[in-house]
Every structure is written in structure tokens, then in C-alpha cells.
Design a protein around this ligand. Sequence first.
Ligand code: G4P
Length: 296
Amino acid sequence: MTIQWYPGHMHKAQKEIKQALPDIDLIIEVVDARIPYSSANPVIADLAENKGISKPIIKLMNKTDLADPARTAQWCEYLEKQQGVKALPVTAQSPEQVKKVIGLCRRLAPQRTTKELPVRAMIMGIPNVGKSTIINILSQKTIAKVGNEPAVTQRQQRIDLKEGVILFDTPGILWPKIDNTHSSYRLAISGAIKDTALDYEDVAFYAIEYLLKNYQSLLAEHFKLDEHELASYQSESWMALELIGRLRGCLKAGGRIDMDKVCKILIHEYRAGNIGKITLESPAMIEKELIEVAEM
Ligand code: G4P
């Protein structure tokens, strides 16, 4: 699967972020808890790796209502231990949970918690991780436009949370890190990549293979399939798609399975969380894949 990706945009975003960095106290990076690595922002990853950031980073693991709780816990531990960031699992379905980030910001920047000296937090995230939703929850719709802080560019949005924290929303689009094929598939399955850029069959084949290996019971339960029969399709996952197609009546003239329709059903029902709480990557998987990429 090929995905359009523009290095020029990344360069521009990196420049803008670097310019704003000296005058912010910390970064809040919103990621999708189902794909914490693949939905991470490459600009932040790059800057952090090259020690370009000495500010605290909060990884807001959003959409935990859709993610596997065991994997979310694994990810939080991994991110805190391996990357030295603060990981906060949240879901927009629980505004109280989201608002915990305000207290965390204040704890991470204790030098700036007075009304006159609020914590300046830059919030960012690739499209569709839920950044706008989070901002709306935090601001309770009291969004103020364009601040006069010296360091922020005109296009940056300044949102006073009125609790000793000011959010600076990064302008422009931050693209996901697509340094390996697995990440592009995961971004596609989760809905971070627009459907028009997708080959549904390709993406659904990747998804069914992963689900059969990692979440077979949930798959069986949701589609009312026999788990033993499903287990026998591990190496021929397309047969599982055919089975789902037959059960859901996705048939073309002549009784052939309408694969396009089945693939759309699988992806849409995954995204809606109907199949269950499913995470698409684990720290161990990512470490293995990174070694494979480095050896290529
Ligand atoms: P962005 O600014 O990062 O691009 O994302 P945005 O807030 O627009 O959210 C993208 C989609 O994700 C929205 O759904 C939003 O409702 C959904 N979303 C955000 N946070 C959560 C969460 O914690 N859990 C779940 N399940 N969904 C979340 P949409 O289908 O694009 O729009 P709509 O259905 O809200 O109209």
C-alpha cells in the first residue's frame, strides 16, 4: 500500500515547532491508544531523539475506550521507561479523565503555576487522534484566538484554560510517521488515513490476519463464528473474510462473495469498536519491526 507523504510539510512543521519551543514549558502530544507508535508525531520523535527537546512531554493516549486495556498499560509503562515521557491514558468519553492533564501540566512545570505565570503547553497530534475533541473538553468552549505571547506565531491558537495553563495549538497538519508498511496499515485500519487513499481489500486482509492471530475470540464472538473453525484459517485468512461475507449476506450475482463489501464491514466495525477493545501494535512488535527496518 502506498501513501502520499510530503517531506516538505514535515520540514515546515518542524521549523514552526522549533521556533516556538523556547517559549513553551511542555508538550502535549495526542496519540491514538490503539496505535501509540504509528500515530506518533515524527517531528517530536526526531527532536526528542536528537536531544532537541529538553521540555517535558506528555503523551495523551486518547481513544482508550477503543483500545485493549492490557496493551494500553503496557504502552504507558514502555513510554515512561523507554522514552522518558509522561503517558496519560484518556478517552473523550470521560471528560474528567481528560481534565487530569491540567494537573499534570502544573506538576511538570512547578515554576509556572501562578495566574501571572501560567504553564505554556503546546498541544499537537496527527489528524484524527482526537486533538480538537480534547481541546474542546479542556477549554469548555472558551477558546481564545491568537495570543500575544512573543514566541508564538500569529497562526498559533492560544487557549487559556483559566486554571494556570495555556494551550498553544500547533497550526498546520502534522503527518504521521510512516517508516514501515505496518504503520501505514495500522493508520489505515484505525481511520487516521482518509478512506479515499485506501485499497479496502488490502487493508482488510492485513486486519483479518492480525485479528486472527491476536484477537481470535473477539472476532469469533462478534461475527458469531465458530472459534475452532476460525483457528484453522490462521494461514489462509482470506477464508475467514469469505466466511464473514457469507454470514452477512455479502453476495454478488452467481453467489460469489462480494469481497469489497466484506472488507468495508470489517474495517468499519473495527473502527466503531464493535469487534471489541483492540490495539493494533505492542511495544515488542514495534521493537522487532524497527530492527527489521534497520536491517533492510
Ligand atoms: P483531530 O482534531 O485530531 O483531527 O481529531 P478530532 O477531534 O476531530 O476527532 C476525530 C474523530 O475521533 C472524531 O470522530 C471524534 O469524535 C473521535 N474521537 C475523539 N476522541 C475520541 C475518543 O476518545 N474515543 C472515540 N471513540 N472517539 C474519539 P468522527 O467520526 O470523525 O466525527 P464525529 O463522529 O465525532 O462527528
